[in-house]
Design a protein around this ligand. Structure first.
Ligand SMILES: [Ca+2]
Length: 458
């Protein structure tokens, strides 16, 4: 049992180490295994199994102890019964010798007793047999679980290596990496000019040899973006080599990347709605300030795109000041635990997210992920024998539409780009990625291009 516990503990330890190693996520209280940690679908996490084993073993031990006690008790009873039979047989012999006249009577009753006891012994033997089968079955289960734990232990000895490929080329950003000949999108280590150490990013490398460094990704709502300052600073979510996961790269990394070069960056925001429409918005000279300036967002101008300039605010029609108070250029970063916004309350706390909040926003890509709802529309048939029986008209899917009721505090806290979709429409997918500006303007701007990945430039 001790070695088994040891195996469980080592699984816990291994999977904790694995997840800590691959993520930038800061988790001060993470000293326990959580099944969702690690490298998303790419690392076999054994935490769930380890937890299960840990929960299961004490119960099983207790049950086995109980069973042993039961067996002991039954064995005692059986012995008692056997003794009694022997005694009765002796008595019978005695009676035969001592009292011939009462012998017949007495012996008949004794024979009855013997029969009864023999029957009871048989029943008890049956029960013992059953208990032994249960015991064996449980022992087998424990053996199986031990075996499984050993297998999983083995699998975690080389975490993630087999399934997550990290490319060997490195550089100061993904364009640098593409310039060095990297041709495939995937995970790369980058080390911006002033970064103390290299860190992992997802590089989107297109057929034009452009290397986009991806800062943010939403695609399925699998990652909760309701996080605190430290997590937004360090980054959270999961990077994957095939762009299948959601993440926030981290404000510190965004800062180091965006201020490192004399060639300014363009931030490209790509969005997909629930009908599959795609739009984008580009911002020139995108920068994220240092932490002492609360990771302030700045850019020089709206560089183009077909989604509209939501970073410049939006007139929602409620008040003429809407546009001014929902713009984002020059805003510091706010999180539920750090209010750096222009509102008398904390936008980030109200909405459960981190963003460059003003009072509060016209663009909000870290918002809550609303899946939309599906329901059926019926109508009653009138003037027929079926009157009153509802007929299914058609099924409706609300896409990203949500209401004040759906939202926790009644605020528009979805994934919003107000110059494209209403603030009560939460987008399905978003990407934030950067590239040196010369890679976009060389050969002319991508005018009218609606294809992500772009057309036209070199
Ligand atoms: Ca405030």
């Amino acid at each position: 049992m001790a070695s088994f516990m040891h195996a469980s503990v080592s699984i816990l330890l291994l999977s904790t180490l694995t997840s800590a190693q691959m993520r930038g996520d800061y988790s001060p209280t993470q000293d326990i295994c959580s099944p969702n940690d690690g490298f998303g679908i790419y690392c076999p996490t054994t935490c769930g199994v380890a937890d299960y084993l840990q929960r299961y073993v004490p119960d099983m031990d207790r049950e086995l102890d109980q069973m042993e006690q039961d067996l002991e008790a039954i064995a005692n009873i059986t012995r008692g019964a056997q003794d009694k039979v022997v005694y009765l047989k002796d008595s019978e012999t005695q009676a035969q010798k001592q009292a011939p006249d009462t012998y017949i009577k007495k012996s008949t009753s004794m024979l009855d007793d013997i029969l009864r006891f023999e029957k009871s012994i048989l029943t008890q033997e049956d029960q013992i047999y059953q208990l032994q089968s249960i015991l064996q079955a449980n022992e087998k289960r424990i053996t199986d679980l031990k075996q499984m734990s050993q297998q999983l232990d083995q699998m975690c000895k080389e975490p993630c290596k087999d399934t997550v490929e990290i490319q060997t080329v490195t550089g100061k950003d993904c364009q640098d990496i593409a310039n060095k000949g990297a041709k495939v999108s995937g995970l790369y280590y980058v080390k911006p000019a002033r970064a103390p150490e290299a860190f992992l990013v997802y590089c989107e490398i297109d057929s034009f040899g452009r290397g986009w460094t991806v800062l943010q990704r939403r695609r399925d709502g699998s990652v909760d973006f309701n996080k605190k300052w430290i997590q937004y600073k360090e980054g959270f979510g999961y990077l994957s080599p095939d762009d299948k996961t959601e993440f926030w790269l981290g404000n510190e990394k965004m800062h180091l990347l965006s201020v490192q070069s004399s060639v300014p960056y363009v931030l490209r925001i790509e969005m997909v709605d629930w009908e599959g429409n795609k739009k984008y918005a580009d911002y020139a000279t995108f920068k994220v300030g240092p932490e002492v300036d609360a990771y302030r967002l700045t850019y020089a101008y709206y560089f183009g795109g077909d989604a509209g300039d939501a970073f410049d605010g939006h007139d929602f029609g409620d008040d003429p000041s809407d546009k001014f108070y929902t713009s984002h250029n020059g805003m510091q970063f706010s999180t539920p635990d750090k209010d750096n916004d222009k509102f008398h309350e904390n936008c980030a706390l109200q909405e459960g997210t981190g963003w460059w909040m003003n009072r509060c926003h016209a663009a909000h890509l870290n918002g809550k992920y609303y899946q939309g709802k599906a329901f059926n529309l019926y109508r009653s048939k009138v003037n027929s024998i079926h009157a009153g029986i509802p007929l299914l008209m058609h099924s409706v899917f609300t896409g990203g539409k949500y209401t004040e009721k759906d939202s926790q505090n009644g605020y528009d806290n979805g994934i919003i780009w107000a110059t494209w979709q209403s603030r009560w429409y939460s987008l399905k997918e978003t990407t934030m990625k950067i590239i040196p500006i010369n890679r976009i303007v060389a050969g002319g701007q991508e005018s009218g291009s609606k294809q992500f990945g772009g057309l036209g430039d070199i």
